[in-house]
Design a protein around this ligand. Structure first.
Ligand SMILES: [Ca+2]
Length: 449
């Protein structure tokens, strides 16, 4: 080691050497929140002071990927895999008879092996049969609803049973008052953190909001400048503020990684600067606002533009809490802890597959700045080939490949496939190869009894 490198090592520390011991993890997962729904990601209509502060104290991720809809996103987050690998399609329904296979190793299963207390508070949506529920998937404590808040009689699905609210494995209410969801899930989270303040804990808080039907408690209803959506967003911001205040009061701030992100794009409103919304594989449907805060570890007030997403959380948290994943269990995500911790991180993975709601359907692939559509960008469009073509910007048949350069065309407006046939060929091959491997090594969903 030269004097110069010794100097910089002493000054800056050696990247990757500072193995933090057993940080608490609070993972806040909003439902249907789009990229531009909060102030740190460009919203100018709502007030999100607590998220503004979180971003100031932590790092914003501008290339954080979820999936077009709910269940598949949660499957990726829990397992570190593309949803197709673990056989969870887009959205499970109240009459679905499958769920996340209890044989999968979830974030919570992993945390349990490291002595963590674990809780899931909010919307689960990975199977409502008793054998798929959070308490059977590594969570010590569960409080919440098993699927979406609109899957109720009279709203979306007239055959749906009354929406149950669970505490652990017991239904404690049916048709709970939805205006109280954000407040109650926040209170349950703080209760759990307080009760477990002396041991490592992992809280997964998948809020039911801001999924329709939008609801907010009396303190927020009608208070924002952006209608019911703004009210629900501002109550979510309040929730973040309550949780960060509790961590501070308990002196847990320094040793707690807080993550804030969402499961898919916005429902029927835009996600500028991107094209598309929930249900679509345009960036607006799948790229999420994401903030991570870990004082003293994640550089404050910073931004990371590298590719990262829900599939990377399992291997990343594994690294942070000292868990070695079973090498025989294939993961699609990568340990992206360097994207959290390094001052100027380089890319961990340069390729991302965009799966549609149907298992095995690769809609698009991104490699570096290039993004190629192999199929129609949204489920809606897939049912209507004419619309698919216009949505994808294709000039003729459905099998036309559509290529965008995300660096020069973030809004995916100009198809440049004709100018770059070699890139189209390379990405087509890459997507097919990757998908074939995933299908060849697909693991089954769980089947209800
Ligand atoms: Ca959702």
């Amino acid at each position: 080691m030269t004097l110069r490198t010794l100097f910089f090592t002493l000054l800056l520390g050696t990247p990757g050497m500072a193995a933090p011991s057993q940080p608490n993890i609070v993972f806040i997962f909003i439902d249907d929140m789009g990229y531009a729904d909060i102030v740190p990601f460009g919203n100018r209509k709502v007030h999100t002071p607590h998220l503004d502060e979180l971003a100031k104290q932590g790092r914003k991720f501008t290339n954080y990927y979820a999936t077009p809809v709910c269940s598949m996103s949660r499957a990726s987050l829990m397992t570190g895999c593309y949803n197709t690998r673990v056989s969870i399609p887009g959205v499970l329904q109240p009459n679905s008879n499958i769920g996340l296979n209890p044989d999968e190793v979830t974030l919570a299963d992993m945390a349990k092996t490291q002595g963590y207390a674990t809780a899931c508070i909010g919307k689960w949506h990975l199977g409502h049969d008793p054998k798929f529920m959070p308490t059977k998937q590594g969570f010590d404590y569960y409080f919440g609803i098993p699927y979406s808040n609109n899957m109720v009689k009279g709203y979306q699905n007239n055959t749906a049973p009354p929406l149950p609210l669970f505490q652990n494995e017991t239904i404690i209410e049916t048709e709970p008052n939805q205006t109280q969801f954000t407040r109650r899930f926040t209170e349950e989270t703080i209760k759990f953190i307080t009760a477990n303040k002396d041991k490592p804990f992992m809280v997964y808080l998948p809020h039911a909001m801001i999924h329709v039907p939008l609801a907010a408690s009396a303190d927020f209803k009608g208070k924002s400048a952006a209608g019911p959506l703004g009210d629900a967003i501002e109550e979510i911001d309040w929730s973040v503020g309550q949780i960060t205040a509790a961590l501070k009061a308990l002196k847990l701030e320094e040793n707690t990684l807080v993550v804030f992100t969402s499961d898919n794009g916005p429902d029927r409103h835009p996600a500028p600067p991107f094209r598309g919304e929930k249900g679509s594989c345009y960036e607006g449907g799948v790229r999420e606002p994401c903030i991570m805060r870990w004082p003293g570890k994640i550089p404050a007030g910073s931004t990371c533009d590298q590719i990262i997403g829900n599939i990377d959380m399992f291997p990343t948290f594994a690294k942070l809490i000292g868990y070695t994943p079973d090498s025989k269990r294939i993961l699609d995500g990568k340990d992206s802890s360097s994207l959290l911790l390094d001052a100027t991180p380089s890319a961990v993975r340069d390729t991302h597959l965009y799966y549609g709601a149907a298992l095995g359907k690769v809609v698009a692939i991104r490699q570096g700045d290039w993004k190629l559509f192999l199929d129609s960008p949204s489920e809606k469009a897939a049912k209507n080939p004419k619309k698919a073509n216009s949505e994808a910007g294709a000039s003729s048949g459905r099998n036309d490949r559509v290529l965008y350069n995300l660096k020069t065309d973030i809004a995916e407006s100009k198809d440049v496939a004709a100018e770059h046939p070699e890139i189209v060929a390379r990405l087509t091959k890459e997507a097919k190869q990757r998908n074939s491997e995933i299908l060849a090594n697909q693991r089954p969903a769980g089947q209800a009894d």
